[in-house]
Design a protein around this ligand. Structure first.
Ligand SMILES: Cc1ncc(COP(=O)(O)O)c(C=O)c1O
Length: 351
C-alpha cells in the first residue's frame, strides 16, 4: 500500500508537450500563446524591480486588485489574484466540491478541469460539444442532479473556440442556484464575451481570467477570479498569501498601464489574421469549428501527415481529438505575417 490516496496514485500527471518549444527554431502556434514578445515597458518594469534590490522581500500586492477591478468594471471586493487561471480553477473546484460530488465538464475541453476533479475524486459527467451547436447546454441541464456541485463553461472553449452567450449562462446560473458555475474567460480579450456584469446578481457565478494569453506573460503565471464578494472571501481562505510572485504583479501592472500594445495585437489577430485563415479554409473546403478566440481547430483529411509537414516547415500546432476520436489540428493564430506563412505551408501540403 502506498503513502498516497489510491485515486491519486491511479492518476496520470497533466503533462503538456513542452519539449523543444524553442521560439528561435519554430513559429509556436501550439499553445494559444501570444506570438510576439511583451512590450519594452513591461521588460523595463521587471528590470527596474530586480535592480531595485527587492527580490529578498515576500510579495506584496499593492493596488493590483484596484487596477483589475477598474479594468473589469467590477467592485474591489469582487476580485482576487491567482497564480495563473489554473490556480483559480483549482481553488474553485477544491472549495466547492467534496469527494463523490458530481461535476459537469463538457468535452473535449481544457485538461485542467478534469485534472483537478480527479484529484478531488469527483464523479465527472461529460456531455459532448458538437460542431454545429457548440456547448451542449441542453445535455448539461438534463445532467444536473442533487449531487451536482459545479458546472464548467469554458468560454470560449479550448480546443474548439465555441462560445456560450452570456444570457444563456445567466439563465443557467439562476435555474441552478445551488450549483457553482465556473466560467473560464481565459480568452476574454479576444472574444470580448463576459458575464462579469452578472456576478452580483448571480452569486453562484465564478469567473477565471488570465494574463497568459493576450497579455503575453504565461511564464510569470498571473490570473484572477471575479465573483461576488462572499465568494472571493471564501476563496481567499484557501489561497496562500504569497502564491502569486512579485514579478507577475510588476509585469501585470505595467501591462495594464500600456494596454494599447496588447489591443493592437488583439486587433491584428482577430480582425486581420483570423479572417484570412478562415477565408483560406473556406476556399479549400477545410472543415473547422467556429471560434471566438485566437485559434482555429481544423480537420484536414490527413492530420498526422499535415502536422509533420508543418513541423518540417518549423511551425508547431497541437493535434487534438474530437468527441468521435477524429484528430483535428488546433492552430493558434498569430500576426498577419505568421498567418500568411502558415497558409503558404498549408496550401503546399493539403491533399
Ligand atoms: C481554457 C483555458 N483555461 C485556462 C488556461 C490556463 O491558463 P493559465 O496560464 O492562466 O493558467 C488555458 C491555457 O491554455 C486555457 O486554454
Amino acid at each position: 500500500m502506498g503513502i498516497f490516496k489510491d485515486h491519486i496514485e491511479a492518476m496520470a500527471a497533466y503533462a503538456p508537450p513542452l519539449e523543444g518549444r524553442n521560439p528561435d527554431d519554430f513559429t509556436l502556434l501550439d499553445f494559444n500563446e501570444r506570438t510576439i514578445p511583451v512590450s519594452d515597458a513591461i521588460k523595463q518594469a521587471l528590470v527596474d524591480y530586480v535592480q531595485g534590490n527587492r527580490l529578498q522581500q515576500y510579495p506584496h500586492y499593492g493596488d493590483i486588485c484596484e487596477r483589475l477591478a477598474d479594468y473589469c468594471n467590477v467592485e474591489l471586493g469582487q476580485v482576487m489574484v491567482t497564480n495563473g487561471s489554473d490556480q483559480g480553477i483549482d481553488l474553485i473546484i477544491r472549495a466547492c466540491c467534496r469527494e463523490g460530488d458530481e461535476i459537469i465538464i463538457p468535452a473535449p475541453s481544457f485538461a485542467m478541469y478534469e485534472q483537478v476533479a480527479k484529484v478531488e475524486n469527483l464523479n465527472i459527467i461529460k456531455p459532448l460539444y458538437q460542431r454545429d451547436s457548440g456547448y451542449p447546454l441542453a445535455q448539461v441541464k438534463a445532467a444536473i442532479t442533487s449531487k451536482t456541485k459545479l458546472i464548467v463553461i469554458s468560454n470560449p472553449n479550448n480546443p474548439c473556440g465555441t462560445i456560450v452567450e452570456p444570457a444563456a449562462i445567466i439563465e443557467l446560473a439562476k435555474s441552478a442556484k445551488d450549483v457553482a458555475i465556473l466560467v473560464d474567460e481565459c480568452y476574454f480579450e479576444y472574444s470580448q464575451c463576459t458575464v462579469a456584469a452578472a456576478i452580483k446578481e448571480c452569486p453562484n457565478l465564478l469567473i477565471t481570467r488570465t494574463f497568459s494569453k493576450t497579455w503575453g506573460i504565461p511564464s510569470l503565471r498571473f490570473g484572477y477570479v471575479l465573483a461576488a464578494e462572499q465568494n472571493i472571501k471564501a476563496l481567499l481562505n484557501v489561497r496562500g498569501p504569497y502564491d502569486i510572485n512579485q514579478l507577475a504583479i510588476v509585469a501585470a501592472t505595467a501591462a495594464l498601464e500600456n494596454p494599447e500594445y496588447t489591443e493592437r495585437y488583439v486587433a491584428e489577430v482577430m480582425q486581420q489574421a483570423k479572417p484570412r485563415l478562415e477565408e483560406f479554409c473556406e476556399a479549400k473546403g477545410l472543415l473547422y469549428w467556429p471560434s471566438a478566440a485566437n485559434y482555429l481547430w481544423i480537420f484536414p483529411d490527413e492530420p498526422e501527415a499535415l502536422n509533420k509537414k508543418l513541423q518540417e516547415a518549423a511551425i508547431l500546432v497541437r493535434p487534438k481529438a474530437d468527441a468521435e476520436g477524429r484528430t483535428g489540428l488546433r492552430i493558434t493564430i498569430g500576426t498577419l505575417e505568421q498567418t500568411e506563412f502558415l497558409i503558404k505551408v498549408l496550401d503546399q501540403n493539403l491533399l
